[in-house]
Ligand binder design. Structure first.
Ligand code: MG
Length: 507
């Protein structure tokens, strides 16, 4: 073990932890394979294999001797920050796993692949009934998890905290309440002033997939995604998966139409990958080697996707290569391309949402999940309530299940309490923008225009990535920016970007 970990007890814990690390490495590889290349009919057996290995990892984690060592270490004074981080993370994991009955964990792990397949089929056939029995079972298991872990105020709390350490229903409500009021007004104002179009001709146009791949490769090179430490594959639902600090893989989707979807899903996943790639290598094999929470993770992906990728500076940077590589689309000017990637329009699909309306999609899911977990509504009620909430927050209603309640993969995998982290990340991405600009004395636009993105990567590495999970999210944010999550920055960002065009374009 390296010099970061000096305490004998912590060293002993980390030695024992290696087998858990190894199992998780294998599990990640199995998940990656399942989402990319595995023959479809193998999913049930893969589900069993994943469930068995997950339980084995849990067994090592809850091993009496191991738990005793962690307890003992947690009472020592004088541990350094990294050592404290290791103990904090392990204690959280032990608590979570200890409280949830083994059969609940096993059942959830086992049902996931089949449920995923049912969801895929249900979405394809636009038939909610196909997915409903699986979702009912999953909700039942998630309620059991919430009850087992326990809570003071709301059964949704332990689920939120699991994905975002420290987040509670009450805190999420406060964030969303602020956004609901301010964003609704902004959405109307932006729609009425018409500075940003609600549609662009490229959105209906086909592209050549080989060219799109070339563009994505070009952009990933520009962003400095290291080919020797990652790879890019195709998956229906783009994701990032890290096996170690030196093997962080991303996936992309090509739909054949509206090329910005492929472009920005690649930039998004790059943001996730960069976080893992820039964690201090001395933390490898320890429980603090990965990103600290889903919200912080999403702040990284949304930062690169939107704050950098949708800035006029970045568009000017890639403009000539875009026009050279993509033969079917002929933007008239950088401005034309900029407007294409920044159209604003309430739509039905979260992953295609623009920056302005994105959080409304999350609010819908947050409200539904909260009621679902709290037994206020049943799975049966979801399709209709989904439509009502879309009407309420976005002014539109889906006409199919596929464009409504069946659009997201998360519930099929038992991920309830996850969606709010998307908003946490989106809000943070704007906060990070202002922190970087203040500290570097340059705007993101200027940095991108100069092709100086290394400055941004370095800031993120030093302030956020480097630390892995050493500090809980709120402490990390304090240290990085002197302030915890503050949604005002996001509102300020949207106001300053979307009520007028970038001055540089008008000159
Ligand atoms: Mg993401």
């Amino acid at each position: 073990m390296n010099s970061y970990f000096q305490n004998q007890l912590v060293k002993e814990i980390l030695n024992k932890y290696r087998v858990i690390w190894g199992l998780r490495h294998a599990l990640s590889l199995m998940e990656w394979d399942m989402e990319t290349y595995m023959p479809r009919e193998g999913v049930n057996e893969r589900g069993v294999a994943i469930a068995e290995l997950s339980l084995l990892a849990r067994k090592y984690l809850l091993d009496e001797k191991f738990v005793e060592l962690v307890d003992k270490a947690s009472q020592i004074d004088g541990l350094n920050e990294y050592e404290k981080g290791v103990i904090r993370v392990l204690k959280r994991e032990i608590e979570w796993n200890k409280k949830i009955p083994e059969n609940v964990i096993y059942e959830l792990a086992k049902i996931r692949p089949a449920s995923h397949e049912a969801w895929v089929e249900a979405k394809k056939k636009d038939n909610f009934e196909i997915f409903k029995p699986y979702l009912e079972k999953i909700v039942e298991l998630i309620r059991k998890i919430s009850e087992s872990v326990g809570y003071e105020e709301h059964p949704y709390d332990p689920l939120l905290d699991h994905y975002e350490e420290g987040l509670t229903t009450r805190k999420a409500e406060a964030l969303f309440d602020l956004l609901k009021g301010r964003l609704r007004m902004l959405i109307d104002k932006i729609a009425n002033n018409g500075v940003y179009p609600s549609h662009h001709r490229f959105e209906d146009m086909q592209y050549d997939e080989a060219e799109a791949r070339q563009l994505v490769t070009h952009i990933l090179n520009l962003l400095n995604y290291p080919s020797g430490r990652g790879r890019v594959d195709i998956a229906p639902h783009p994701f990032t998966i890290e096996l170690s600090r030196k093997d962080v893989r991303i996936t992309v989707r090509y739909e054949g139409k509206d090329i910005k979807k492929a472009m920005y899903s690649a930039i998004h996943e790059f943001g996730h990958a960069l976080y893992e790639l820039q964690v201090d290598e001395n933390l490898e094999y320890t429980p603090i080697a990965g990103g600290v929470s889903l919200g912080i993770h999403e702040s990284q992906s949304r930062f690169w996707e939107n704050i950098v990728g949708r800035s006029y500076g970045f568009i000017k940077l890639i403009y000539s290569d875009f026009t050279r590589i993509i033969s079917a689309l002929k933007p008239e000017s950088p401005m034309d391309l900029y407007l294409y990637v920044n159209t604003v329009k309430p739509n039905l699909i979260r992953v295609d949402a623009d920056e302005v309306t994105y959080n409304a999609h999350v609010i819908v899911r947050f409200e539904l999940e909260k009621m679902l977990v709290n037994n206020e509504i049943r799975v049966d009620d979801l399709p209709e309530l989904w439509s009502e909430l879309y009407e309420k927050y976005l002014g539109i209603r889906p006409s199919t299940y596929s464009e409504g309640v069946l659009q997201d993969i998360h519930w099929s995998g038992g991920m309830i309490g996850y969606f709010p982290t998307y908003s946490v990340g989106t809000l943070l991405s704007a906060q990070i923008k202002y922190a970087i600009e203040k500290e570097l004395g340059k705007t993101i636009d200027e940095i991108a225009l100069d092709n100086n993105l290394g400055l941004i990567r370095e800031w993120l590495r030093e302030k956020i990535h480097n630390w892995g999970s050493t500090y809980p999210p709120s402490v990390l944010l304090q240290k990085a920016m002197g302030e915890e999550l503050n949604p005002e920055y996001f509102v300020k960002y949207i106001e300053s970007k979307y009520l007028k065009l970038p001055e540089q374009f008008l000159q």
